[in-house]
Design a protein around this ligand. Structure first.
Ligand code: ZN
Length: 280
């Protein structure tokens, strides 16, 4: 306690009678449900996004599986090299993706998390920068999730970058197929969430599709040390992330991690979505 705080004038002996029982809905909103965190899967578009967006969560929830969608090698690396790979410090002849998979395994080991690398190829390795179809990624995800049997899946909002967008859409397709026994939350795509309007756009489009994104507060590591140590395991990506996003200033702040539950509106609340579209 500091000297600046005002003195309490109410005697500590006064305790009001409880007026709410455990069924009062505001008590549960914003908190994980019982058993929801038993088996958690984080879906990561690239080899680093889960750690950038969820490391403080993973640091206090050991046993998470991180399924990284775009972890596969292209048939051949393009010549000239991709700008991103040049920014990441790679040279001609390097097996970029193998180096990045190694970085990911080291980072996740620090967080007591398990990597699962899918073999989809990043859009910027494909002819004409063509992204993989969300339906194809959804099939791969459903196969992975059927084995892992998660109670909760953390999906990226999928902002701006085509691989992130495809991953988000694939997650939503998987969500429809896997039914209501699995909970789905979204995490915020580090870097891309700072593009003006991007996060608001995705939240509003989910809201209009009756998947109301609502902030939820799981326990997270209050110390940044393990997150920073895990992020330091991606030295190649940090070079490019610094060049494009000034990532070190945001991580040093430190940037918060926020998770959003996706769920249909409470019964009787559906009209809020319709009314909000007609108001200024
Ligand atoms: Zn990414």
């Amino acid at each position: 306690m500091t000297a600046a705080q005002p003195e309490l004038t109410r005697p500590e002996s006064i305790r009001p009678e409880p007026m709410r029982d455990g069924s009062f809905p505001m008590q549960a909103w914003g908190l994980p449900d019982e058993g929801e965190l038993d088996r958690v899967v984080v879906v990561s578009p690239h080899l680093d996004d889960a750690v950038l967006g969820c490391a403080r969560f993973m640091a206090v929830h050991p046993g998470v599986t991180v399924v990284t969608v775009f972890a596969g090698n292209p048939e051949s690396y393009p010549e000239p090299m991709r700008t991103w790979d040049v920014q990441s410090g790679f040279g001609p002849g390097d097996d970029v993706m193998e180096a990045r998979r190694r970085e990911d395994r080291r980072a996740l080991a620090l967080l007591d998390a398990t990597p699962m690398h899918l073999e989809f190829v990043e859009y910027s390795y494909n002819p004409d920068d063509r992204p993989v179809a969300p339906e194809a990624v959804a099939e791969g995800l459903i196969t992975a999730l059927s084995v892992l049997e998660p109670t909760l899946v953390l999906a990226p909002f999928g902002l701006a970058n085509p691989d992130h967008d495809v991953t988000h859409r694939a997650c939503m397709l998987a969500r429809e197929r896997l039914g209501t026994t699995v909970s789905w939350w979204c995490y915020e795509d580090n870097g891309y969430k700072h593009i003006p309007g991007m996060l608001a756009w995705r939240v509003s489009s989910l809201f209009r599709r009756k998947l109301w994104p609502t902030p939820v507060c799981p326990r997270v590591d209050s110390d940044e040390a393990r997150k920073q140590a895990a992020i330091a395991c991606y030295p190649s990506q940090l070079l490019a992330l610094e060049a494009d996003w000034a990532i070190s200033a945001k991580l040093a702040a430190p940037a918060p991690e926020q998770f959003w539950r996706l769920a249909p509106p409470p019964a009787g609340w559906e009209r809020l979505a319709e009314e909000s579209s007609t108001r200024p």
